[in-house]
Design a protein. Structure first.
Length: 133
């Protein structure tokens, strides 16, 4: 999927950080952020930037090739429970497969996602690495 540069630029904060929604009526937090709370249907929600720290609750290793992201094979995809509450799907980077386990503490980092073509747009986004101490 190619995005125009202006469209990508307008959405950069969504791509470059973990933004969750907090319902000001019931207190639940959701990811991805929504304008209506899925629990109580309130429109009284606000966007907050998560610290992006959490724990791996499940993972899989994918060897599936996607055009433009061949350099990221194998890809480790994990279910991550953020300390803020929501569970999200994220890619794990900067780790050896021997480190991979459920319960691994991770943090969000900005990484290259893919490129359109050799002269095209380079997409960056959030991935997760083992928590640095
Ligand atoms: Zn709510």
């Amino acid at each position: 999927m190619k995005l125009s540069i202006p469209k990508y630029w307008r959405r950069r904060f969504d791509y470059y950080s973990v933004i969750i929604a907090e319902c000001l009526d019931c207190g639940k937090k959701t990811y991805p952020r929504k304008h209506i709370c899925p629990y109580c249907k309130s429109r009284n929600v606000r966007a907050i930037t998560s610290a992006g720290i959490g724990e791996v609750i499940a993972y899989t290793i994918s060897y599936f090739r996607v055009e433009g992201s061949e350099e990221h094979i194998p890809k480790i995809v994990a279910l991550i429970k953020l300390d803020d509450g929501p569970i999200l799907i994220g890619e794990l980077v900067d780790l050896d497969l021997s480190e991979l386990r459920e319960g691994l503490r991770v943090e969000a980092v900005l990484r290259k996602i893919r490129t359109d073509d050799p002269g095209g747009l380079i997409y960056y986004g959030v991935k997760f690495r083992p928590l640095m101490k």
